[in-house]
Design a protein around this ligand. Sequence first.
Ligand code: G3H
Ligand code: 13P
Ligand code: ZN
Length: 307
Amino acid sequence: MLVTGNEILKKAHKEYYGVGAFNFVNYEMLSAIFEAANEANSPIIVQASEGAIKYLGIDMAVGMVKILSKKYPHIPVALHLDHGTTFESCKAAVDAGFTSVMIDASHHPFEENLSETSKVVKMAHAKGVSVEAELGRLMGIEDNISVSEKDAVLVNPKEAEQFVKESGVDFLAPAIGTSHGAFKFKGEPKLDFERLQEVKRLTNIPLVLHGASAIPDYVKDSFLSSGGDLKGSKGVPFSFLQESIKGGINKVNTDTDLRIAFIAEVRKVANDDNTQFDLRKFFTPGKEAIKKLIIERMNILGSSNKI
Ligand code: G3H
Ligand code: 13P
Ligand code: ZN
């Protein structure tokens, strides 16, 4: 059943577990997410970036989610706009049938982020749609980073408190040291869990971890053995994902892991049989790899059997 992000995340917030927010750009990724949710008995958030919407068409993105949520009526699913950059983009998503949107004005000064987010909250809440915003900049932190350098890029808990109170946003993504993509940490992985706990204490709403792909060894090995190159890649360790859930994270954004797992399988088929040109022979193993990874992630985040 298609529900708001709030409906899914309020329960996760109350019961201290994380829900995977998985990006999709095609039917194979989306159906893998639904099939995984069905097997693990887990709620899901499926999210499309502005790029994914441009690639698919907004009505196709919404249409596929509606069809799959009718096929699996017992699964609570929210359709979320990932990193909406403008009010107009968020409004277009709300009008098209998204049940949750992110306005990412985090690169603007605090006051501008606050006023842009407040505008989106007013528009979205009038239609019963939930809103996510972000504070701080998404980037890895080094071991030898100074306190002032850290304060300059990561979320400020006091600002988070004010931001949530004044904007009325439903969930917040605080920058605590993660970044997007496959190259998250130069040295040892490091996140600011104390800062996270302080944000949770002061805001008491569901929090979101962006850049949460783990790049598990077996996924990396599969990509490398297919002939891919991932030199220097590093994800967020599973133990960190669990630690961040203890610290108040309830929405765990995952895209890169799905991309790597899918493409490794596609490349293997291409390597194994250079006469093959049936698309289904490439995409079916890709989809199965994603599905397996997502079920594993649901178990780690604690969302399995939460329906
Ligand atoms: O946070 C970004 C997501 O991984 C989506 O990336 O803009 O390439 O679709 P994209
Ligand atoms: P990853 O690149 O770690 O998968 O993060 C995805 C994300 O944050 C989408 O908003
Ligand atoms: Zn993100």
